[in-house]
Ligand binder design. Structure first.
Ligand code: ZN
Length: 160
């Protein structure tokens, strides 16, 4: 039904948006009041609206709206993964900046020496940079912690 869907969430679902980005799904957080403008943006960019506002589902555009009822991040994330049959694949995880929702770009070279801790520079094989905030990312404790969370809280979590 949805081939690698893109999402837009209302501001109250910012945490869910971060986890979707971590899994590799392009997700915009709409920080203004959720309503018509958010729906138009979703339609223009081909995004599925994830919202907590049950009154939004009554309006037009209802075919691209999905109401989130879960209170905690685990149930919300499981809900979205099930509903949209999201694939969780190692190669597409950690590829989007959690803050900016921009696709990270592979970077390398001596220039990184001053941008990351010395231990990381010596021991990590690959680095990525966000083209927007310029943060440098590498495989490390943050990724391990995220994987542990997913293994614990996502039903049938299996990394491909
Ligand atoms: Zn960024």
């Amino acid at each position: 039904m949805f081939d690698h869907p893109k999402f837009i969430t209302d501001a109250s679902l910012a945490k869910l948006a971060k986890w979707l980005r971590l899994l590799g799904y392009d997700t915009v957080v709409f920080h203004k009041k959720a309503g018509r403008e958010m729906l138009r943006l979703a339609q223009a960019e081909g995004r599925i609206v994830l919202t907590r506002r049950s009154d939004m589902t009554e309006r037009q555009f209802s075919d691209c709206l999905y109401l989130i009822t879960g209170k905690d991040i685990s149930s919300q994330l499981n809900d979205v993964i099930d509903k949209f049959a999201l694939q969780i694949e190692k190669q597409s995880m950690f590829g989007i900046c959690l803050r900016c929702n921009r696709k990270l770009q592979s970077v390398s070279g001596e220039g990184l020496r001053n941008l990351v801790p010395p231990y990381v520079f010596e021991n990590c094989a690959s680095f990525n940079e966000c083209p927007s905030c310029r943060n440098i990312f590498w495989e490390g404790t943050h990724q391990r912690n995220a994987l542990q969370f997913l293994e614990k809280y996502i039903k049938n979590f299996r990394l491909k």
